[in-house]
Design a protein around this ligand. Structure first.
Ligand code: PFF
Length: 453
């Protein structure tokens, strides 16, 4: 039996989990959702749903993973042997692998744009031409495929290097750097003429915009952003030492994820407004409008705008990479633990599977553009399937499992680091209530509204 790896310290756990949580979801999705959902009002709802909905799911996944010391399927087999709960394991193996396949395509775009930034491609061209770069790039046959291959290849190499030498070392190094980068870009963005409107957009609540849909999307964003419902947090928690308290690492991760989302919002939105661009552009917001912003600003301050462009796309690339390694690790843990494959073979199998699906997703912006599943392109289908349905199903059943199926004594022991951590008397009953009642009901609401809205 191979000795199970673990993270070296509390800091390492938080950096690795924050590495998974902080990604494309924070940089392009959060600012755009805030804009659509009524600015500060959306942020308030997002905060509440993170506290009452996402944190219980986070703790549930942590409790299951650390208690079983195993990935998703192994955990279900161990904690509920011979039961139907094994299916939860299967679902949460499949979701992150579908997710990483299309996430890697976007990661590949960020790689290309990082190279473009280093090549000073956004400087010197007319801003309108620069804006077209993205559309031209994603519809090409080979370039996006090569970038996707590099991205998923790098992801797999880091996972191959192992939990300590790969994930832990990479996250510990890159996460603090990432924070510094995003803060610098934020200052640059806020200093642009015309950025004040963007700041207002982020800060001034418009409560009239709050409706069921806004609440649903705030909850969904919180889910996606904290990597919940797909077994990632569960798998990472299986590498957390037994005496570590799960409350601290959970709150730490959520705190960093939230701060990063806010910083990214303040880095992106003022720049978008400064350039007079429509904020609701989704993925295009960073890949179309920011190069446009950099090009436009480059005419006045070429050196500054070149540096800002480089910093920005390095940040996007690194953030996407620390998220994608967490998704690949779920599948690798499964193959190693349940199928007895070596780490090298496990990584190779996951690479081939996710690379292939990623190729189809990438081609859906070009050659396979007319191929549709249930009215969606392959890319959109995978995205909708995971973020609208599989994450909600996973999150729901994780909380039900911990709240209603697991031995309450074990849950308590696990949460308090086997009793080694003193946790304030009111905290545990509150968390338990949230896990048993509030979170499952909340998720059912998200799920049903996604299904019927
Ligand atoms: N939380 C990541 C982001 O915000 O980009 C996305 C993600 C990573 C979702 C890992 C799910 C996951 F398992």
């Amino acid at each position: 039996m191979q000795k199970r790896e673990n993270f070296g310290s509390r800091f390492a756990v938080i950096m690795a989990m924050a590495g998974s949580a902080i990604g494309l979801g924070n940089i392009w999705r959060f600012p755009y959702m805030v804009g659509e959902g009524g600015g500060a009002a959306f942020i308030i709802i997002y905060l509440i749903s993170t506290l009452v909905l996402s944190m219980p799911i986070f703790f549930s996944e942590s409790i299951i993973g650390r208690s079983a010391q195993s990935g998703t399927i192994g955990a279900m087999e161990q904690l509920a042997p011979g039961s139907k709960w094994k299916w939860l394991g299967y679902i949460t193996i499949i979701s992150p692998l579908i997710l990483v396949s299309y996430y890697s395509v976007v990661g590949g775009w960020s790689f290309e744009f990082m190279l473009k930034a280093f090549g000073l491609d956004f400087n010197g061209g007319s801003p309108d031409d620069v804006k077209l770069m993205f559309g031209n790039f994603i519809s090409r046959d080979w370039a996006p495929l090569i970038c996707h291959t590099i991205f998923i290849g790098l992801t797999c190499l880091i996972v191959l290097a192992g939990v300590r030498k790969g994930i832990e070392a990479f996250s510990k190094l890159t996460m603090p750097v990432l924070f510094i980068l995003i803060v610098l870009i934020m200052f640059y963005s806020v200093s642009l003429p015309g950025s004040a409107e963007g700041l207002q957009y982020m800060l001034k609540p418009d409560f009239s915009k709050i409706d069921g849909r806004c609440i649903t999307s705030a909850m969904g964003q919180s889910f996606f952003s904290l990597s919940l419902g797909v077994g990632t947090i569960l798998t990472y928690s299986s590498f957390v030492k037994k005496d570590e308290d799960l409350l601290g690492s959970g709150l730490g991760t959520a705190f960093f994820d939230l701060i990063f989302a806010m910083l990214a919002g303040f880095a992106v939105m003022p720049a978008v407004f400064a350039a007079g661009i429509e904020p609701g552009a989704g993925p295009g917001l960073i890949f179309e409008t920011l190069p446009y912003v950099f090009a436009k600003m480059g005419t006045g301050a070429p050196v500054l705008s070149a540096i800002a462009a480089i910093l920005f796309f390095v940040a996007v690339f690194v953030a996407a990479l620390t998220s994608s390694i967490s998704m690949v690790q779920v599948g690798v843990s499964y193959l190693m633990e349940q199928k007895g494959l070596s780490k090298g073979k496990s990584v190779a199998v996951i690479f081939l599977g996710t690379w292939t699906l990623g190729v189809l997703c990438s081609l859906s912006f070009g050659r396979l553009g007319s191929f549709h599943i249930l009215g969606c392109s392959i890319f959109d289908f995978c995205d909708k399937l995971v973020s609208n349905y599989l994450m909600a199903i996973g999150g729901l059943f994780f909380t039900l499992f911990v709240g209603w199926k697991m031995d309450p004594r074990k849950v308590r022991e696990e949460f308090t680091g086997n009793g080694s951590r003193r946790i304030n008397g009111i905290i545990y009953p509150t968390v338990r209530f949230l896990i048993r009642w509030v979170a499952p009901l909340g998720i059912i609401v998200i799920f049903l509204s996604n299904l019927f809205l």
